[in-house]
Ligand binder design. Sequence first.
Ligand SMILES: [Zn+2]
Length: 394
Amino acid sequence: MQKHDQEFIKKKNRTTVFEMIKNNSPLSRADIARLTGMSPTTVSRIVSELYNLDYMHEIEQETIGVGRKAVFLQVNPKSVLSVGVEIDKLSIRIGVIDLDGRVIGSRMIERQKNEASDVTLEHIASGINGLIEEKDFDRRRIVGIGVGLPGIIDHSGGKAVLSAQLGWKQTDIAGVLKKHTGLEVAVDNELKVKSLAEHMYGSAKGSSRSVLIGFGSGVGSSLIIDGEIYRGESNSAGEIGHTVVDPNGILCECGKVGCLQTYIAEASLIEQSNKIKPIASLDELFEARREGEFWASSIIDRAMTFVAVTISNIACMYNPDTVILTGKLVERFPEVREFIAEKCMGQFVWEPLRGTFQIVYSAFENDGVVIGSGLLAQSRFLDIGSQMEQVEQV
Ligand SMILES: [Zn+2]
């Protein structure tokens, strides 16, 4: 056999064993041989290599019925890392994520309103490099960077096609970050990566058809079918904020009239409030409602009605098993949750669909985009065979 064929098979076998343990742990060496069809000797050798390079833990467990202890293998979640980044209008979150989707180091950076993309991306790159250095993470174990941001994203090209919130157009995010960090970079819409985090480790774990709906500075959604993000023709499936709900309604920032988000998005609610009383934030609006001010109740009740309408429309369109609600409106003001549930199940959701899905809330809240972005990078770039070769070269 040629040398490069041997190298290829070695890499492939290491990857097979690692993936097998990662997805089915705990497993014994005998289980792995049986499941992969490899010889016990080969399995033993690969497991020792993985163990010596710190990819595995051994745990002792009683085997059922036999009554004696056996040794099982489990992946060390900190043996493979990735970086997750969330770019928002006024802030950036950076986190180092392990294989279990846990944030094991993080950093926040401020962003100026309308800051140019190259300035923001340089800040992100130095933030990432700084975090890796500060916490002394092993760069060889970092598979890459995932970035989540609002807007329409070319996920295969790593570009922001259009992000109205950030003021970015055709921005090459992956290219610039790779240049400054030396790491591979995957980019996607923030709600798409957030739904990935909820699907893998959060509120929608075990679901086969889930929809995540975000109510914040805009309104958007992401659909996961059988573990895959549904992207549509131009990766813009789920942009429900610009579905028209009233052709005679209010002008939207997109230039159309009566878009859904003109009734729910934060800026719209504040703008409407200002017709009655000068307020600067949602906190003040909710405060006014708590004090029994009628106008504040009207604005919030109408917004919650549109939230319920959105959930019921989505249930009709996709027939999901789980609807995850996320975003400032439902996370910072949990008093709205009961109202939404009542409106949905008492009024808007079509009767045959009631009871076919559960409404849940994000398990990760503010960390969701960072975790999902990190998991996106792991799913895109993890090549355990190649990483082991690098780690071996000490
Ligand atoms: Zn619009």
